[in-house]
Design a protein around this ligand. Structure first.
Ligand code: HEC
Ligand code: HEC
Ligand code: HEC
Ligand code: HEC
Length: 456
């Protein structure tokens, strides 16, 4: 029934190709503005959005072939236009499955409805739409890179530095924290744009995200090689995964603290909870302790999948931080079975700690030892029963594949082991391919099987 099956099968084939990649640079990232609430997203950067046509000339980003000798690919427009779903996002709003949702909700047609346009298009305020701006461009270059009024000229000037372009309104997509916040603004949402349970109830698919996996899937129109690292910020998959989990956690906590989570209503916002704890037949009798929550049968746990993953990152950087975070997550769950004020208080304490957490991850250089240890602790937690809910299992699979790919990039596996791991990963992906057929015991078994091969 859910979109996820389609989604994962793409990832599944990707994993095989990814495992082949053997190229990685490690260097600490620069510090950035850490207050998530201060992030000004490209759509609202108060610069004229000149439209995709302004980027698509063949000398600029519309070359048919990728340039090999230059810093950038020059065929970014073609990649986006032909392969990136973002380019079709607005046009798809006219499809019947989109229209069915707004009809059920009594909203305007999707292409006129601000609620949908916020994430499925580039809903730039009227006065910032340039002469070549077109809604039909969907999620275009400037929706991620920022309205180009002030940087369009300078960004091709060899004398202008990247920092100067950023000052002129280019969005810092190369900064992983800012990039993660940008993706999350649509792939999770925030207090201004969110896929609430009424939208889901009308038929919107469940959404999930993992920064590194989705960066590969988009697909990439940039090459993160040595010259990239010299010009911008070096990218490593593990760090992107870790920061992605931290920003996902930050987003969840910010939503809990917003009035979208719980207004003066009987129920809180259901889409922030584990969907499958409600959505399964009663005859299943499939309840298993969700050990990381301490909750009893019949409870509805908050969707804590990113918090679960973040804990492993923190424990690796600093045992004490990992431990403290784990205690807070448990406390948050037990508060959720009691009262809203206690939930808010805990969420606030955790949210306040996020800037330090994010900067500790940014500063950390993840070594092969770190990767092995995080992989092992995630596998063990799953085997112990930590991911009995589907959403956690799904994040676990994406995490394990990112980690093993990075590990492989450090030349840790020989050909035969690499093949075995690929097979294991593919079977793990197929176990989470259909959320409605998720089998906790089979999943735990597959984690054991991978652990036997990986952690010797
Ligand atoms: C917070 C951002 C957000 C809002 C608001 C939002 N969506 Fe979505 N929607 C998404 C994302 C992200 C996806 C893709 C999920 C994925 O593939 O992982 C999606 C996917 C969909 C899909 C499935 C697309 C496909 O190709 O199968 C439909 C249909 C859809 N949205 C309809 C709507 C409608 C109608 C509205 C307005 C009532 C809306 N959405 C509001 C973020 C949003
Ligand atoms: C969904 C978001 C998104 C969209 C849409 C998007 N980009 Fe990007 N783009 C990124 C990210 C993320 C990066 C990598 C980080 C960086 O280098 O800034 C990037 C990098 C780039 C780079 C830099 C490559 C380098 O080596 O420095 C160019 C050039 C670029 N994009 C052009 C475009 C063009 C042209 C379009 C429209 C046809 C476009 N982008 C659409 C997210 C996006
Ligand atoms: C303006 C909102 C917006 C932003 C920003 C955004 N996305 Fe998306 N993204 C969407 C929507 C909406 C869809 C689903 C489009 C559809 O199916 O019609 C989508 C789809 C995708 C898909 C395809 C998912 C699938 O199931 O096949 C990937 C991958 C993706 N986005 C990655 C990213 C990454 C990585 C970033 C950050 C660099 C990003 N997106 C930023 C709105 C956004
Ligand atoms: C606290 C329990 C609960 C949680 C958590 C929950 N839902 Fe629901 N959901 C419901 C109820 C109750 C209905 C209404 C069922 C009805 O009308 O028959 C519903 C309806 C739906 C429907 C419409 C089904 C239909 O028959 O048309 C969809 C789709 C849906 N939810 C998806 C989700 C997703 C996705 C999540 C997680 C992001 C989620 N729900 C989380 C209780 C929940």
């Amino acid at each position: 029934m859910f979109y996820q099956s389609k989604n994962i099968s793409v990832k599944q084939t990707k994993v095989a190709t990814l495992l082949m990649a053997l190229f990685v640079f490690i260097s600490p990232m620069s510090a950035v503005a850490l207050d998530g609430s201060a992030e000004i997203f490209p759509v609202l950067n108060k610069q004229i959005h000149k439209g995709v046509a302004s980027c698509a000339a063949s000398m600029c980003h519309g070359s048919v072939k990728e340039y090999k000798q230059t810093n950038i690919q020059h065929n970014e427009y073609i990649t986006w236009d032909k392969q990136d779903v973002h380019s079709r996002a607005y046009n798809k709003l006219f499809n019947k499955d989109f229209i069915a949702i707004t009809k059920k909700l009594g909203l305007k047609a999707p292409h006129e409805e601000p609620v949908c346009l916020a994430c499925h298009a580039s809903n730039v305020p009227e006065k910032f739409r340039g002469s070549k701006f077109q809604m039909s461009d969907g999620i275009g270059c400037e929706t991620c890179h920022g309205g180009s009024e002030n940087w369009l000229k300078s960004h091709t000037n060899k004398k202008a530095t990247h920092a100067q372009n950023l000052d002129k309104g280019l969005y810092p997509t190369d900064n992983i924290v800012s990039r993660a916040r940008l993706c999350m603004s649509c792939h999770y949402g925030n207090k201004d744009q969110f896929v609430t349970h009424d939208i889901m109830g009308a038929g919107h698919p469940r959404i999930s995200f993992e920064l590194d996996t989705f960066t590969e899937l988009q697909p990439k129109h940039f090459t993160q090689d040595k010259d990239y690292a010299d010009r911008k910020v070096a990218y490593t998959t593990v760090k992107a995964w870790a920061i992605g989990q931290a920003i996902a956690t930050e987003s969840v906590l910010a939503m809990v603290l917003s009035n979208k989570f719980h207004a003066q209503t009987l129920f809180p916002e259901l889409s922030m909870f584990d969907c499958h704890s409600c959505h399964h037949p009663m005859s299943d009798k499939s309840w298993q302790p969700k050990k990381g929550t301490g909750l009893k049968p019949g409870s509805v746990p908050l969707n804590d999948s990113s918090l679960l993953m973040l804990r492993h990152v923190l424990a690796q950087i600093n045992k004490g931080d990992g431990w403290r975070f784990k205690k807070k997550v448990l406390a948050l769950h037990s508060a959720s079975a009691k009262d809203i004020d206690a939930v808010r208080q805990l969420a606030n304490e955790m949210h306040v700690a996020m800037p330090d957490i994010i900067s500790s991850i940014e500063k950390h250089v993840f070594t092969a030892t770190d990767i092995k240890s995080m992989t092992s602790s995630i596998l063990n937690e799953g085997i112990w029963g930590g991911y009995n809910d589907y959403v956690a299992a799904e994040q676990c699979v994406m995490a394990i594949s990112v980690l093993t790919i990075s590990w492989d990039n450090m030349k840790a596996f020989d050909q035969s082991l690499r093949e075995q791991i690929k097979t294991e990963l593919n079977s793990m992906y197929s176990l989470v391919a259909d959320d409605e057929a998720y089998d906790q015991l089979a999943f735990r078994q597959s984690l054991i099987s991978l652990r036997d091969k990986l952690i010797r």
